[in-house]
Design a protein around this ligand. Structure first.
Ligand SMILES: CC(C)(COP(=O)(O)OP(=O)(O)OC[C@H]1O[C@@H](n2cnc3c(N)ncnc32)[C@H](O)[C@@H]1OP(=O)(O)O)[C@@H](O)C(=O)NCCC(=O)NCCS
Length: 171
């Protein structure tokens, strides 16, 4: 299979925060942001694999900044690493300042998607070749994150998570 780049899967979704999507503090409801990120990540995973994709796990979410009612929110997702049938999707969330138009990073998240056939059986996906420094950094760390997710899910023995263990032993 021919290798792809993170750029090939990059997905950018921009939308407003409406009153029905906020919490009692008039900020974007966390579950609504998770759904927006899941949708963008799903499109990115589909663009990379050109297969049916399902969310396997949400590995990391950081709600660093509240997103107020009326904000223009951009969710940007791209595949950061492809494994055999699974892929890591890195998601950056940006909020646009109403007056200046400048974008600031509000949140980020990391999802894992698996490509499957019509029966739900995992299928092989194309490899990925990161290009920029940031893409290379995210690609390198993705293996440790996969090992951590599998250990936490009870699908890998901690002793087998070689790269993850090395992070603690060598630091
Ligand atoms: C995701 C799913 C296809 C994995 O099936 P499985 O039987 O565990 O398949 P495998 O063990 O062969 O794993 C397939 C891949 O997923 C990865 N994977 C499985 N569970 C994972 C987890 N919790 N975190 C990260 N990766 C995971 C495996 O490492 C493997 O990756 P690789 O092939 O790239 O090495 C299956 O669990 C499923 O269909 N889940 C429901 C998905 C869904 O409905 N999502 C929407 C939520 S409502």
């Amino acid at each position: 299979m021919q290798a792809k780049t993170p750029e090939d899967s990059r997905t950018i979704m921009t939308d407003l925060v409406l009153p029905s999507e906020t919490n009692p503090l008039n900020n974007l409801f966390g579950g609504e942001l998770l759904a927006r990120m899941d949708r963008a990540a799903s499109i990115a995973a589909r663009r990379h694999s050109r297969r049916i994709v399902v969310t396997a796990s949400v590995n990391h979410v950081a709600f660093n900044k509240a997103v107020p009612l009326g904000s223009v929110v951009t969710v940007e997702a791209a595949v950061s690493r492809a494994f055999k049938t699974s892929m890591e999707i890195f998601i950056d969330v940006w909020v646009e300042d109403r007056e200046s138009g400048t974008r600031s990073k509000a949140n980020e998240a990391i999802y894992t998607f698996v490509a499957v056939d019509e029966t739900g059986t995992p299928v092989k996906i194309p490899p990925i070749e990161p290009e920029t420094d940031l893409e290379k950094e995210r690609f390198a760390a993705a293996l440790r994150r996969k090992q951590l997710a599998l250990v936490l899910a009870g699908k890998m023995k901690p002793g087998d998570a070689t790269e993850l263990k090395a992070l603690f032993v060598n630091s």
